[in-house]
Ligand binder design. Structure first.
Ligand SMILES: NC(=O)c1ccc[n+]([C@@H]2O[C@H](COP(=O)([O-])OP(=O)(O)OC[C@H]3O[C@@H](n4cnc5c(N)ncnc54)[C@H](OP(=O)(O)O)[C@@H]3O)[C@@H](O)[C@H]2O)c1
Length: 277
């Protein structure tokens, strides 16, 4: 199988309006290229408007709109959603892909920063937009295989003493547990929730790490794991008509680290309701 061949199995998306959060770098940018290739109408929610405009200008494709949105601030999330819904009262899919691995000790709305952006930001987004969506919509949440790592049940997720990676891992454990709860409880009957993971791939997500770790890590990951264009295929699969409420889509290789997308049963161990009270 090649990526080119895989793409032939993906339907044309010209009847789809897709909101993409985190489409200006790495996995999201690769996914954005696929959306353009499949003729979707894309609404890009981005914190850096100049960067987003430069990307869009490069495509020579008129069906992309940009709305300012910063997932590290509840005010900005709210504002971004208000603008979005005013311009587009209904959309087909919303892809929540933005994420960070941050070393900052600054808080995001009172939470450790990475946990704030990657979990509380996503949760705030969903809780603010979901009651306002009146037509059938699919919301796709980007998780990570680190959500399967061990965690002591007594961990206080709002303590600000985590090491950088531990904090990131917890953010993804929380966002997966939260998405799974939405899948199980179905509090918003007109919304289908889908959970994806991209495996492991070299991107700028390591930008905040110290430079030795960043460079060695990038070389290691690009040598042994899959390309960003393969990693973004789980998102592409998620917007197709094959993915529905409760779909959990991961790379098919060993330990779901790399490979083409496959549908899997959500692992019981990751439900972790204690994290998301
Ligand atoms: N790379 C991997 O191996 C891997 C593995 C598992 C899961 N993931 C997940 O995949 C997703 C994409 O990661 P990536 O590796 O592609 O990283 P990336 O290249 O750093 O891309 C992250 C994206 O999120 C956006 N973003 C970050 N903070 C934001 C904020 N406060 N508000 C709005 N947008 C924000 C970034 O915008 P800017 O362009 O403005 O920075 C960028 O578009 C993340 O959720 C990550 O946790 C990645």
């Amino acid at each position: 199988m090649t990526i080119k061949k895989y793409l032939t199995k993906i339907e044309d998306l010209s009847n789809q309006k897709i909101v993409l959060v985190g489409g200006t770098s790495g996995i999201g940018l690769s996914f954005l290229k696929y959306l353009v290739n499949k003729n979707a109408y894309v609404i890009l929610l981005a914190r850096n408007i100049k960067k987003a405009e430069a990307i869009v200008n490069n495509f020579n494709y008129s069906n992309i709109d940009i709305i300012e949105y910063d997932q590290s601030s509840y005010e900005s999330i709210k504002k971004g959603i208000d603008v979005l819904l005013e311009k587009y009262p209904s959309v087909d899919s919303i892809v929540l892909n933005a994420g960070v691995i941050s070393r900052t000790k600054e808080l995001m709305e009172g939470h450790p920063y990475s946990i704030g952006v990657n979990y509380y930001g996503v949760r705030y987004f969903i809780e603010y937009i979901a009651p306002k969506l009146t037509s059938k919509t699919k919301i796709i949440v980007q998780g990570s295989l680190v959500a399967g790592f061990h965690l002591n049940k007594k961990t206080n997720i709002n303590s600000n003493n985590f090491k950088t990676f531990k904090e990131y891992n917890i953010s993804k454990m929380c966002v997966e547990a939260y998405t799974y709860k939405l899948i199980k409880d179905k509090p918003y009957p007109n919304i289908d929730f889908v959970l994806t993971e991209p495996g492991v791939t070299a991107t700028s997500i390591t930008r905040d790490l110290d430079s030795f770790l960043k460079h060695v890590g990038k070389i290691f990951v690009s040598t042994f794991f899959h390309s960003v264009n393969k990693a973004s295929l789980t998102l592409l699969e998620a917007v197709t008509s094959r993915a529905s409420h409760g779909s959990y889509i991961v790379p098919r290789g060993l330990f779901t680290i790399s490979g083409y997308p496959k549908y899997k049963k959500f692992p019981h161990k990751r439900e972790r309701e204690y994290l998301i009270k």
